[in-house]
Design a protein around this ligand. Structure first.
Ligand code: ASP
Length: 335
């Protein structure tokens, strides 16, 4: 691996002991007598929330409002990523997201809880907060994923408002792109891509959420990794959770987030697990030109890690002691 760099760069916001295992990591998971699908998780670093990119700082604030008052991780991750979805300035998630090549804003999102219950929407149009539709899919249907017109009909039936998500700014960018119509994934362009968020609440329960408008100027109908459980997001309360950002096709090919969690189950730290899956992705591609992918992992004890193919990925962290932006370690500098 050329230019391999496994060092840690901490943001100007302050230091944090990234990538070190907490002392509690030898504790064992015990099982709740009343319900063996709800393990009691002995976490010392809780509550905690981690999310992708610098837009995660604002999203974490909303999540922390809930977590710091003893609220659930599931409510926290939903409320957190809704902030990013509703931000018209953010051009990669929800309202204001860059459209597909035909000018349609199409959204992908999923959510997963500590009981491995999950819900997702793919290729959803006209709904500002797809994460909340995903939660309704999880809670109000026997299904995991709804897509396209069916997802929209379901959302409208549930009372979500139909609105135009293509802002003037995104429309102008798309019209500019149309002049060359050169499709090239560009990640890190404004340093705010998909938001993925992982949290552990006061009671030790884990949840995650992931939401995006996907790759800018994609083919109409393209669905990325973000709404796919196991690719863009995975939670298993016996182990921990992981989420992904970057070129979704590469994440899907490697079952990225599920793989990170599985590697943690086998004893890797969150950081080691992220590094291994990033390297699997690199190995499986003839060229990694523009192939940015980053993972965040959070184990059940509140230890976290993050790693990406290229420099520039960062994560927002919030716990009882820190509110920080942390640069991920990475394999390559951009050329
Ligand atoms: N993973 C997203 C997708 O492929 C894009 C991103 O993270 O920016 O749709």
């Amino acid at each position: 691996m050329s230019n391999r760099r496994n060092f840690i760069k901490l943001s100007a916001l302050g230091g944090v002991a990234l990538l070190t295992q907490n002392a509690c990591s030898s504790e064992q998971t015990s099982t709740n007598e009343e319900s063996n699908i709800e393990p009691i998780i002995p976490t010392s670093n809780k509550p905690i929330v981690v999310s992708t990119w610098n837009h995660g700082l604002d999203a974490n604030k909303a999540a922390w409002e809930i977590l710091s008052k003893g609220g659930s991780a599931l409510d926290a991750v939903e409320a957190g990523v809704r902030v990013t979805e509703s931000d018209p300035e953010n051009m990669s998630v929800g309202l204001g997201g860059l459209p597909d090549r035909d000018g349609n804003v199409t959204l992908d999102a999923c959510i997963m809880d500590h009981n491995s219950k999950c819900g997702a929407v793919a290729f959803l149009q006209y709904i500002e907060n797809p994460i909340s539709v995903a939660r309704k899919v999880m809670e109000d249907t026997p299904h995991v994923m709804l897509a396209g017109e069916g997802a929209l009909a379901f959302a409208l039936d549930k009372g979500f408002e139909k609105k135009n998500l293509l802002t003037d700014k995104a429309k102008e960018a798309w019209e500019e792109w149309l002049k060359s119509s050169d499709y090239k994934p560009v990640i890190n362009s404004e340093n705010h891509d998909t938001i993925g968020m992982l949290a552990i609440d006061e009671s030790g329960k884990i949840a995650g959420a992931c939401t995006t408008s996907g790759m800018a100027y994609k083919i109409h109908g393209r669905v990325g990794d973000s709404p796919i459980i196991g690719a863009g997001l995975f939670v298993d309360s016996e182990v921990g959770s992981a989420c992904a950002t970057g070129v979704g096709e590469a994440v899907i090919r490697t079952a990225g987030s599920a793989m990170v969690v599985e590697l943690m189950r086998q004893g890797k730290t969150p950081q080691e697990a992220c590094i291994e899956v990033v390297n699997r992705i690199i190995k499986k591609h003839d060229s990694i030109e523009n192939l940015q992918v980053g993972f965040i992992a959070l184990d059940k004890y509140g230890n976290y890690g993050c790693h990406s193919v290229y420099a520039g990925f960062n994560i927002a962290l919030r716990d009882n002691e820190t509110e920080n932006l942390v640069d991920a370690t990475y394999e390559n500098e951009w050329e």
